[in-house]
Design a protein around this ligand. Structure first.
Ligand code: GRF
Length: 217
């Protein structure tokens, strides 16, 4: 993960796109030495496509095929082709709700990042904020990690902590975690683009987590 030139990033997402916006804005502001070259979604109506187009970023939906949690082989091949055509160096998952399999992982080995709404390895999988509430933890947060074949289990690049407050509901906790995501994801990608992050085995070095906990709503 050592880079000296301006990187080309592709984003895959299925939802609102608030992380994609944070990443795109950080590129425009020069905080990330890179460009978002394309945004692709398995959900044609997803806000992420609209948010990208508003910013003049190429954005397109693709047909994921008949499965609910993964992509059909042909869809995976199509996305790989599009990402290659866009000459993407890295693929940033931002609320992408499907599992990527072998061929995709091999095509962009060590070059796919994800943001997960918990302090991994706690609460992998869906609705991590609800898992945190159910478990009764007092601190949760978000994690940027490399995507490999272990779901939510690849090397951790950066984390930010978020408090769980007494009156929290799933919605209030999720929105506090999302605020932290919007700071964390661009700063980790910024460090990556500067060539500051190196990985040895599971251990990534170069990104210093800022232990600032915002107790606001
Ligand atoms: C984020 O909370 C992220 O952690 C999770 O999906 C959500 C995406 O939100 N993987 P958005 O589409 O970036 O607003």
């Amino acid at each position: 993960l050592n880079n000296s030139r301006r990187l080309r990033f592709a984003i895959l997402g299925s939802g609102r796109g608030s992380n994609a916006v944070a990443l795109a804005d950080a590129c425009l502001a020069g905080e990330i030495a890179g460009t978002i070259v394309t945004v692709l979604s398995d959900v044609p109506a997803a806000g992420i496509l609209e948010r990208a187009r508003e910013r003049g970023i190429h954005a397109d939906a693709f047909d994921p095929g008949p499965f609910r949690t993964k992509l059909a082989d042909a869809s995976e091949a199509l996305v790989i082709r599009r990402l290659r055509e866009a000459r993407a160096d890295y693929v940033l998952l931002a609320g992408f709700m499907r599992i990527l399999r072998g061929e995709f992982l091999r095509a962009f080995s060590q070059r796919i990042l994800n943001i997960h709404p918990s302090l991994l390895p706690s609460f992998p999988g869906l609705n991590a904020w609800q898992q945190a509430l159910d478990h009764g933890v007092k601190i949760t947060g978000c994690t940027v990690h490399v995507v490999n074949e272990c779901i939510d289990g690849g090397p951790i690049l950066g984390q930010a902590a978020v408090p769980v407050l007494d009156g929290d509901t799933a919605a209030t906790l999720h929105s506090r975690i999302q605020k932290a995501e919007h700071g964390l994801y661009p700063s980790v990608v910024g460090a990556l683009a500067r060539g500051d992050i190196s990985i040895e085995g599971r251990r990534a070095r170069g990104f210093r987590a800022v232990p600032s906990i915002d107790f606001g709503p």
